[in-house]
Design a protein around this ligand. Sequence first.
Ligand code: PGA
Length: 254
Amino acid sequence: MRPRLVAANWKMNGSFDMLRRYVEGLDLSPVRLDDVDVVLCPPSVYVADLARILGGASRVACGGQDVGIQLSGAHTGELAAEMLADAGARWVIVGHSERRIEQAEKDDLVAAKAAAGLRGGLRPIICVGETLAERDGGLEFAVVARQLEAVVEQVGLAGLAKGAVAYEPVWAIGTGKTASATQAQEMHAFIRDKLARIDADIAERMRIVYGGSVNAENAAELFDQADIDGGLIGGAGLDPQVFTEIVKIAARDL
Ligand code: PGA
């Protein structure tokens, strides 16, 4: 059985004030976390404080939402993976559709970010997913395949497997519209099958999580699917009680 992964992507939300309240609001004590990786990804300015509040031995890890590709130097505004790791992050999200759209990040840059994260010792959560127009045009599998191939080309399957893939259909993000469990499972199975053609063992171990309007009501049905190994949670991850519920659902029946 693959260990599950549940990550909260706070996006551009939060404050220093929120950090302690959030951690106090997380109530994971009754949850067996051996088989679930729990990750909180606040805006990068809060990573160090959040990591400190969580404590080094915490079963809850901290992650970044993006990373630069260089190691250091004259790159104003960029952040190296090594700096995120130095601040206490253990994971990093790359290729989120909001960055692909708002910052025009292309597949090869996303792949380079995954590689940079790995170089810095971070576990990349690589986001893939189609827009509504692409799905309506029947292109969803081709788009996800292309996004994955770019990453595999740069980091290999072994690199990919150090982190996770997050399937996040763009039309389901922040819209309240979740992909049906069947639609999500279909894409997750497609992704696993595609990776299995390169290395069946690694593909079997690979965590593929779903993101897009996951909440405490729909998480069980999604996580019940054979190829859905957890979730990348946006809006519902801003409330520690709701996020706790989602983690508990992921920890169930393992
Ligand atoms: P959402 O965001 O849960 O608010 O839809 C998910 C994401 O963008 O990672």
